[in-house]
Design a protein around this ligand. Structure first.
Ligand code: FES
Length: 147
């Protein structure tokens, strides 16, 4: 994975590499609490059609997550303390905000406080009523990629 092909956004600081413009994306849908959610990291599609993967396993904190945009899809990739990786749509099923990621053991949407299980995507706490949509992934050479 070449750092020259990726833009990284971390806690309010944008690291955009030449040639890979990091789009400014709204973190939430129409019902967003202003400034509440963290904007996801952007991973552009490979120009030759080959996938660069979603994220390196090593870049996901244990019992944590990374929120990414890959091919215009908002994705939250979670990793357990044991290293199990799962991926879900990062679009909250309540009102469309982008989830912040794992906090205190659950995937948190800060717009209205919904929480989701980081292994199954199931609702832990509403107001969301539906789970986050699972995204099948696999790990190859330390890179999480679409299955
Ligand atoms: S959009 Fe309302 S809790 Fe996520």
């Amino acid at each position: 994975m070449s750092p020259s092909r990726r833009g990284i956004l971390q806690t309010g600081a944008v690291i955009a590499v030449a040639g890979a413009a990091a789009p400014l994306l709204a973190a939430c849908g129409n019902d967003q609490t202003e400034g509440a959610a963290t904007e996801p990291t952007t991973t552009p599609a490979a120009k030759d059609g080959a996938s660069e993967g979603i994220v390196a396993v090593a870049d996901i904190p244990a019992d944590g997550s990374v929120v990414k945009i890959v091919d215009d899809r908002k994705i939250v990739v979670t990793k357990s303390a044991a290293g199990q990786v799962n991926a879900f749509s990062a679009v909250c099923t309540h009102s469309g905000c982008t989830v912040k990621g794992v906090e205190a053991g659950s995937i948190l949407c800060v717009c209205h406080g919904s929480q989701f299980n980081p292994v199954t995507g199931a609702v832990v706490q509403g107001p969301a009523q539906s789970p986050l949509a699972a995204i099948p992934v696999q790990v190859r050479n330390g890179i999480v990629d679409f299955a």
